[in-house]
Design a protein. Structure first.
Lengths: 115, 111
């Protein structure tokens, strides 16, 4: 059974704090790693698709790194704002001969940023 | 551009009934996949369709089925509803590589 794990399960921070969370995934047969942000009452929104070991991607105050050899990715938020409050999900696409059509999701990290 | 559209947004059904949910993908996206989220569970993969063919199916009973039409719109059907089928059902579309775009979901309540 393929396991994608995220930690911590939830995080409460003050506005202005920087924070980070972890996604662990199987290091064998790696194809890509996705990060999504899911705000309450909205759709999950794609943040990053990471494919290369050592990759680092950035979108505003949010960045992510990838280590495919040891099977983990970190998501960082610099200077958290209340609008960053959401559940952050990572997902591991299953690769079937070059086509990926099934995402295995972690259970997410719920971030709450207090003003 | 229009996003992924799911209808209806909310649905209440009685045990034993059946239900059909609809998903219209982003124009040009040929892959449509469905996920279920229940309280305490992460998003669980149901199935994926590409060019009207089911390419992969998750570990769900045969009561869960789906199809895709030539315009890439997809429907999923759940027959003989059980209380445990109450969940948020999300559909996502993609070109086949890269990130997925999700719809807002259908919240199904079985009473």
């Amino acid at each position: 059974i393929l396991n994608v794990e995220q930690s911590p399960q939830s995080l409460h921070v003050q506005e202005g704090d920087s924070t980070n969370f972890t996604c662990s995934f199987p290091s064998s047969n790696f194809y890509a790693l996705h990060w999504y942000r899911w705000e309450t009452a909205k759709s999950p929104e794609a943040l990053f698709v990471m494919t290369l070991n050592g990759d680092e991607k950035k979108k505003g105050r949010i960045s992510a790194t990838l280590n495919t050899k040891e099977g983990y990715s970190y998501l960082y938020i610099k200077g958290s704002q209340p609008e960053d409050s959401a559940t952050y999900l990572c997902a591991f696409p299953m690769n079937y001969g070059g086509a990926t059509n099934k995402l295995i999701f972690g259970t997410g990290t719920l971030l709450a940023v207090q003003p | 551009k229009a996003g992924v559209t799911q209808t209806p947004r909310y649905l209440i059904k009685t045990r034993g009934q059946q239900v059909t949910l609809s998903c219209s993908p982003i124009s040009g996206h040929r892959s449509v996949s469905w996920y279920q989220q229940t309280p305490g569970q992460g998003l669980q993969f149901l199935f994926e369709y590409f060019s009207e063919t089911q390419r992969n199916k998750g570990n769900f009973p045969g009561r869960f089925s789906g199809r895709q039409f030539s315009n890439s719109r997809s429907e999923m059907n759940v027959s003989t509803l059980e209380l445990g089928d109450s969940a948020l059902y999300l559909c996502a579309s993609s070109r086949g590589t890269g990130g997925y775009t999700f719809g807002s979901g259908t919240r199904l309540t079985v009473v």
